[in-house]
Structures are given as C-alpha cells and as structure tokens.
Design a protein around this ligand. Structure first.
Ligand code: PMP
Length: 404
C-alpha cells in the first residue's frame, strides 16, 4: 500500500498504549479522533511560551496570541476556500448549528418549512425542533433508502414555496454515506431556501470547498479533525452572516454599549462573545496544517481499503447485520451481531483492546428508520492499519461465538 500508516501512526503518542494488556486498536474516530504530536505541541507551546487573552491587550503576549488566533482563522478559511471573515469560531459543530438556527429563527414564522433528513445527527435536528416548538415551523424529513442514501426524488417533492431552510448532513456518522452537497445546495437554492451542511464527518475525509458547494452555512467540529475539543467552525457566506443577529452577548462582540443603546460588531466577531477558545483555535490550526500536509485522496483510499478488507473478510458472516451500503460511502461500518446487544459487543471487544462505539449515535430517527435499537460502528481513520482491521475481524468473530 502506497500510504504509510505506520509513519502517520508514529505521530500519535496515544496509539502506543495498551488497553487491557493488548495494543490499543482505536476504531472510534468518527466519535472523536486522536491527536497528533503537532497539535499537542502547538497547544503546549502556546501555554508555555506565548499566552494571553486576545483582541484586548497591547502587550507582547496579547499581540502574539491574537496573531496566533487569527492565523488559525486564516488556516481554516484557506482549508475550506472561504474568506477569512466568513469563519466563526464556536465551541463545536453543535454550537454552530444552534447559532444558525437561533439566528434564522428570528425571521421565521409559523408554517415555514425546514427540511432535514432521517440520517441527521441530533446536533442538526434538535436546534430545528426548538423552532418547531417555539414558532410552529414545520419539519419535513428526507427519507433514507434501504442502502443508506438520501431519496432525492422525495427531497425534490418536499421542496416548496414555504421551504426556508434545508439542513443536511454532508456525511452520515452512522451510515458513512457521503451526500452530494453541491447538487443538494442547487436544489435547495432553486426552491429559494437557504442550505446548511453538517460537515462534522465529511471534513475529515475529503477536501471541502464551500464556494464550490455553494453552501450558505457549513459547520464542523475540531476534535474529529485531529484537533482539540472545545472548538468548532461555522462558515457562513458573508451576506448570510451579516443578516444573522448575535447569538450570545458579552465582551468583544459589540460596536458600542451605553446605558440606552447597543450596536454590534461585524461578523465574525459578532458571534464570538467573551473569551473565545484561544488554545483550541491554535490547536485546530495545527490540525489543519497536519491534514493539509497529507495526500487526502491517498488517506481516503487507505481508510476505504481497510473498510473493504473488513467487509470482504466478514462476507460469509450470517450473524452480522450491517446498515449503510451507499456507493462511495466513507469508512464507517455500523453493525449488530445477532443475539447480542451492541453494548455487550463493544464491551467484549474492549477486552481485546479494541475501541468501538455502541449506541444510537445521536441519530435516533435513523435507528427508527432501520428498526435498530443501537449499533456498534467501527470507524477507520488514517492511523489504522491492515493488522488492526484483521484484529477487529478476529476479535469480532470470537465475540460472536459468546452469543452463538
Ligand atoms: N454531526 C455529526 C454528523 C456528528 O458526527 C457529530 C458528532 N458525533 C456532530 C454533528 C456533533 O458534533 P459535536 O459533538 O462535536 O458538537
């Protein structure tokens, strides 16, 4: 294989540890990815050498930290082909969707329609439900086909004169399905709606160009992209951000404040009230440098080869149920083992040093759609190896024997 996973692995200190006396096999990167040395070092360096609050001080450390924070914003902008003022730092992907939903809610009315899909994460469902509860907007759901694709004909049928917002996942955290964001955006715009993409998973596995997609809003988290927790990104087209009211009030998001009057700063600062996640932004900047330094197509091929290897080796396993088989899907295997609860499977796999998730993955409408109470997804990342894929198949086969 051309891609050198071992060399990449060596940059992730945590992957050298053992779990339950076995080498750690981390297959839970879709929930949160491990961190390379470059991210750890960037954050440590900031704390050890150059740290102060941003946008406030005139002293050297304040200036250096502000420069580092704003440099991170420029890195994010370049990474997704946005303008720098179109990049808002939030505390995560979840907060970014909440910010947009709360802002758009200020101009929505009862009977306005918002289109979501059955494959959304709760982060891209619950903030819209708030608007349903508070304003009486109507939520409409794009169905998911048996193999895990969005039903595009049904989507077309849902679009109408009252559609105000279309909010869809770019890649599903359960099915691995990668949606054609550009076509979806075109369809939404033709109906006169704004479009938001939840890119929390997609941003990790493919190059994202928000201008090419023509997204009005695009959100993602830092921690799945090999960066720290506590930071996310809201991209919004300049005009769209300018139309949004502030989300939270506090320092640094204002123009002037007096006893009787207030004006607000322009985006992105309008949406960054209070002390922002400074160290986390610096860490995310380092993560973006790390990811940008890789051949992203080779990474995706490597991840996919691991996924295919596992699928191939488990082909004859009549005790395995898998959801998500969309063409071109990402390297997430969501499965159940007949006769076993996903939690038990995950716990037994842990004894072999394997980390996989189990549960509803904050995607309950999707679980209902497939009539599953929970699944155990194994997600493959750039640092996983062929040996680990094989270790997973072997451990899963042994685990299944407990329940046979
Ligand atoms: N959307 C998707 C598709 C996700 O996978 C996740 C994280 N599991 C989120 C949104 C929420 O991201 P966060 O928890 O980092 O805010």
């Amino acid at each position: 294989m051309a891609f050198d996973a071992e060399a990449i692995r060596a940059q992730f200190p945590i992957l050298a540890r053992q779990v339950n006396g076995k080498p750690l096999v981390y297959l839970d990167s879709a929930a949160s990815a491990q961190k390379p040395r470059a991210v750890i070092d960037a954050m440590t360096h900031a704390m050890e050498y150059s740290y102060a609050n941003v946008h406030r001080g005139l002293h050297t450390l304040a200036n250096e930290t502000t420069d580092a924070y704003e440099a991170a914003r420029r890195k994010v902008a370049a990474f997704i082909n946005a303008d720098v003022n179109e990049v808002v730092f939030t505390k995560g992907g979840t907060e970014a969707v909440n910010l947009v939903a709360a802002g758009l809610g200020a101009r929505l009315q009862s009977g306005d329609e918002i289109i979501l899909s059955q494959m959304e994460h709760h982060a891209n469902i619950v903030p819209w439900h708030f608007l349903r509860e508070r304003l009486g907007v109507v939520l409409k759901w794009v169905p998911v086909t048996d193999d895990g694709r969005l039903d595009l004909e049904a989507f077309q049928g849902l679009l109408g004169p009252r559609t105000r917002v279309v909010a869809l996942s770019h890649m599903s955290n359960v099915l691995g399905t990668i949606n054609d964001a550009k076509s979806l955006a075109r369809m939404a715009h033709e109906a006169g709606a704004l479009v938001l993409f939840d890119g929390c998973q997609a941003i990790v596995h493919r190059a994202v160009d928000v201008k090419d997609i023509d997204a009005d809003f695009y959100v993602f988290s830092g921690h799945k992209l090999y960066g720290p927790t506590g930071i996310g990104i809201l991209y919004g087209k300049a005009d769209r951000l300018a139309e949004l009211p502030p989300y939270q009030g506090g320092g640094e998001m204002i123009g002037v404040v007096s006893e009787d009057e207030i004006t607000y700063a322009d985006p992105p600062h309008r949406f960054e009230a209070g002390t922002p996640p400074i160290l986390e932004a610096i860490g995310l900047g380092a993560a973006i440098d790390f990811v940008s330094g890789l051949d992203r197509i080779a990474v995706a091929e490597h991840e996919h080869a691991l996924y295919e290897r596992v699928r191939e080796r488990l082909k004859g396993a009549n005790w395995l149920r898998v959801i998500g088989d969309a063409p071109g899907k990402g390297a997430i295997l969501s499965f159940t083992v007949d006769g076993a609860h996903a939690h038990d499977v995950a716990q037994i796999l842990d004894r072999y040093g394997l980390a996989v998730r189990a549960g509803t993955h904050c995607a309950e409408p999707l679980m209902q759609r497939f009539d599953f109470t929970s699944t155990a997804p194994a997600s493959f990342a750039l640092y996983n190896t062929v040996e680990e894929a094989d270790a997973f198949v072997d451990a899963l086969t042994k685990t299944q024997a407990f329940f046979a």
